[in-house]
Ligand binder design. Structure first.
Ligand SMILES: [Zn+2]
Length: 344
């Protein structure tokens, strides 16, 4: 996820508004100034469109594909020290955490993790899925949050959490799916409730996640969606460490409808592409950790009503294919991440 498209959308609207003003002002201001302003606006619009296009591509990605019961280790890299080596190739080859105190370093989209701890694969109220990915690592604060959330979710009638991706042992970018999840402060939770038995490795690897969005993507699927799903998301949003939750826009629409009078938590739940079979929870940087780069909080409005219109436009629901962004390299990450990923 990111706030990027929301920002892009805001930039887009802003640019539209300014462009409109600029057109009205033709008689007043000299032409050259207007031309320059128009060129700048065009650049802003192109950046906004490009940001959204990248994000739209994510909509097509299934974040819960099955893995393997016997995952093969990745082959060694030919030239791991080349500056052009994608950082994801380096971080994906680390199967153990960097020792020492917990440190979430850099931003959710360009950072890494030291002193990670793993979430036990089976807890009283949760089970980790897709074990072959080895992505059940996080800052200890994230692990504490999941334990607490699982217990609170039980109180609102959710049988237990199926936990998807957290972070890799040393955080950083991943070979598949995510751009965030890099500093041990993000977790994906499935919309499928935990079964009553402890699942085998096979079940965790090959079981499929339930989509709660209708095929036309305009609303939740009434056959699958229950009020307990809404209660589950509300419970996560009301935890004080949670800063942002990403769900499909159809789910946000349902939450807006079902929230009732207590709507103070809704601002944390933001619409995003995909997220029809899991939701993404982001927690805040631990207090007093200067090297952890916070994201600006979501806008304080509940995000319901007209704010959702963008997400149900045909061009948003069915975006054209776009080129992927160039891969992140170590040069684009905090210097400490190099030391962390290069250590044995
Ligand atoms: Zn996620």
């Amino acid at each position: 996820m990111s706030a990027k498209c929301q920002k892009a959308d805001i930039r887009w609207r802003l640019a539209h508004a300014v462009a409109h003003c600029a057109t009205n002002a033709t008689q007043i201001y000299n032409e050259e100034l207007l031309m320059r302003a128009a060129a700048h606006l065009l650049a802003v619009l192109i950046v906004a469109a490009a940001d959204c296009a990248v994000a739209q591509e994510k909509h097509l990605i299934d974040p819960t594909p099955p893995g393997s019961l016997k995952p093969e280790p990745l082959p060694p890299l030919q030239n791991p020290d080349a500056p052009s080596t994608p950082a994801k190739e380096l971080f994906a080859r680390k199967s153990t955490p960097f020792p020492g105190p917990p440190r979430s370093i850099g931003g959710y989209f360009d950072g890494c993790l030291a002193g990670a701890v793993s979430l036990p694969i089976t807890g009283p109220n949760w089970q980790v899925m897709r074990l072959s990915r080895n992505r059940n690592w996080g800052n200890p604060q994230l692990v504490r949050f999941i334990e607490r959330f699982a217990e609170n979710a039980k109180k609102v009638g959710w049988n237990g959490l199926l936990v998807g991706d957290m972070s890799q042992p040393r955080g950083g970018p991943m070979l598949s799916e995510h751009r965030s999840h890099q500093i041990g402060l993000d977790v994906d939770i499935w919309f499928t409730p935990m079964p009553d038995h402890v699942q085998s490795r096979e079940e965790r690897e090959f079981g499929s996640a339930t989509e709660v969005v209708a095929p036309d993507q305009l609303d939740v699927d009434p056959e699958v969606w229950t009020h307990t799903h809404a209660e589950l998301i509300r419970t996560a949003a009301q935890d004080p460490v949670v800063t942002r939750i990403l769900v499909n826009a159809a789910i946000k629409k349902a939450l807006c409808r079902e929230a009732g009078a207590d709507r103070a938590w809704l601002f944390k739940v933001r619409p995003w592409y995909g997220h029809a079979e899991h939701f993404h929870v982001q927690i805040a940087c631990p207090a007093g950790i200067a090297e952890c780069k916070s994201q600006p909080p979501p806008l304080p409005s509940d995000g319901c009503g007209q704010e959702l219109d963008f997400w149900f436009k045909d061009s948003t629901l069915h975006p054209p294919p776009t080129k992927p962004k160039p891969a992140l390299t170590l040069a684009g990450m905090p210097p400490a991440c190099k030391q962390i990923v290069k250590a044995p």
